[in-house]
Design a protein around this ligand. Structure first.
Ligand SMILES: [Fe+2]
Length: 275
């Protein structure tokens, strides 16, 4: 069963496209990308390319911004660049990744599909549309290139994968908890209310939900540090802190797991020796 839904937010100013690929049963994970005043933020997964292009075919789009290079965000960027002659912008690290192309694991291929390599332009300090102005804010942690887009006047934050849930249960192996906490703190110092997340839109109380996430991660990070100072090793800390999401760990061959949350926090404690 595939998912292909259109949502409107902010009195119709923001359109959210929700796509999920599920050739057998329900999709493992749905992806949102957004259209606002001719600006497309992210492009969805290539496994749903036909639906993506159909959804957008009668829409006015002037340019595309990418929050990061991951295949569920950049999956249709080349197709849109070619078929609609659209300029695509991203962080310089996103551009580097997409120029070279990047490998994905079998579960990523199954859930989202591969992203084609492409050349993109580097984000300017701000991107104006006819009525709005979007400021890119670099927010590494989930990935090194991760960037969110703030519309100050409207109080909107297009947050890519910075949020995803206030009590997340697992990390990818390459995620950095300390950087994620710092990015969340940086973003929380900005003015906004609505969070347009790529997994779970929070048009109301979005900032509050981000605050809950940073509180949760700070607590988790602190607990890892406490156990580390008490002399527990990685295995011992994982035993203490975590009911593992076994199915997720199994499907992803361990690339996504709760143990990765512990490992990421522990890496920082070992390097910094403090919180
Ligand atoms: Fe991502």
């Amino acid at each position: 069963m595939h998912i292909c839904r259109v949502h409107t937010f902010a009195d119709g100013e923001v359109t959210g496209f929700e796509l999920g690929y599920g050739p057998v049963g329900s999709p493992l994970m749905n992806t949102y990308f957004y259209l606002v005043d001719g600006l497309l933020i992210d492009t969805g997964q290539s496994n749903m390319r036909k639906s993506c292009l159909q959804l957008l075919q009668d829409k006015q789009i002037n340019c595309v911004l990418l929050t990061h290079h991951h295949e569920d965000h950049s999956g249709n960027a080349l197709a849109l660049q070619k078929s609609r002659n659209l300029p695509v912008y991203g962080h310089s690290l996103t551009a580097e990744k997409l120029r070279k192309g990047f490998r994905i694991l079998p579960y990523q291929r199954y859930t989202w599909g591969k992203a084609d390599p492409l050349e993109i332009e580097i984000l300017p300090p701000q991107k104006e549309t006819e009525r709005f102005c979007f400021i890119p804010v670099h927010t590494p942690g989930h990935s090194k290139d991760h960037t969110v887009f703030l519309e100050k006047e409207m109080g909107w934050l297009f947050s890519g994968d910075l949020f995803m849930g206030s009590r997340i249960r697992y990390f990818r192996a390459d995620e950095d908890m300390k950087e994620t906490i710092e990015s969340l703190q940086k973003v929380l110092s900005l003015d906004f209310e609505a969070v347009f997340c790529s997994m779970s839109p929070q048009p109301v109380n979005g900032k509050e939900m981000l605050r809950k996430k940073v509180n949760y991660l700070e607590e988790f990070y602190g607990e890892v540090g406490k156990l580390y100072k008490e002399g527990y090793d990685e295995k011992g800390i994982i035993r203490h802190l975590g009911e593992e999401a076994k199915l997720v760990k199994f499907i992803t061959f361990g690339n996504v797991s709760r143990a990765n949350m512990v490992r990421s926090a522990l890496r920082s404690w070992k390097v910094n020796g403090h919180g």
